[in-house]
Design a binder for this molecule. Sequence first.
Ligand SMILES: Cc1cc2nc3c(=O)[nH]c(=O)nc-3n(C[C@H](O)[C@H](O)[C@H](O)COP(=O)(O)O)c2cc1C
Length: 333
Amino acid sequence: MTGENAGRLPKGWLDTLKMPVIAAPMFLVSSAAMVLEACRGGIIGCMPTVNARTPEILDQRLSELADSFDKASAAGEVLAPWALGVTTHRTNERLPADLELCRKYRPPLVITAMGSPKPAIEVVHSYGGLVFADVSTPEYARKAAEAGADGLVLVCAGAGGHTGQIAAPAFVNAVREFFDGIIVIGGAISTGSAVRSAQVLGADLVYVGTRLIACEESTADARYKQMVVEATSKDLVMTNVLTGAWSHKLRRSLEAVGLDPDNLATAKEFDLKYADNKPKAWKDIWSAGQGVGSVRGIEPMGEIVAGLVREYRKAIRDEAVDPWFSKYAGDAA
Ligand SMILES: Cc1cc2nc3c(=O)[nH]c(=O)nc-3n(C[C@H](O)[C@H](O)[C@H](O)COP(=O)(O)O)c2cc1C
């Protein structure tokens, strides 16, 4: 992989990545099979630990994943690094157990969300891994940098899941003023050319989430995948009513549980906690980012990744024949 910002990434990562992308961790969507196919395809595979319902199940999945990595390596495949997403919010009671599993399976990257990266740093650094912190404002970015994160994931406007609200160019600029580590940009990036544009903005790596929801290996409900295939950005509603945090939801999934997407204040009447017979904020009401229109079908993860790599390479080739490129490339002034 090449690129103007590639210098901040560990050399070992550069050798195995085909493009500077992390398959973003997605609750109830990312699977171990997606992580494997991401790494085989040359991007960083990641899943949130909580997608395995208990640490014991996570242990089992990571053991199987490690076996699959070993087999692929033995067969001569070059694998990109893999990552785990860990929730460091103080209410996450399984955090110590999940961090012990990080120590055991040594993901080269751990990405913290919904809290300080601090609890993960000692464990992950002890085996030579890196810790990135997912942040949605420059203020949180500063706190995470001060806590010692190696990288910051800037979740910008247009993202799936809990979205940020700051446009990527402004967010990157604000953070680069005080942070010289690795920057990841996320939010509505669903094509290879968008990945390239994020690099030009100053990203060292790029999060791609929504583009992968409908892959065959994802654990998303089949109706969710189909809704994602059929949706464009006009089919999204941004709300903070359901969980307290801002998120884009698919209108049709809100309607399917009896909510009026244009009048979500009434949603407060719903008990969105995990009670029986009630719609659940993530399980039954589905999120996607503004890049959702790029998803055209349910495809194997490997094919989606290969397509992104092709688009990314084309974007770079197109740059080289852009008249502005020949006008300014090599121009030191
Ligand atoms: C359905 C869904 C679930 C998500 N769950 C998580 C999560 O559990 N932890 C996390 O850090 N981010 C989560 N995210 C956010 C993604 O990691 C990432 O920031 C986002 O997908 C990037 O924007 P994009 O979807 O527009 O590509 C989720 C996103 C989606 C779409």
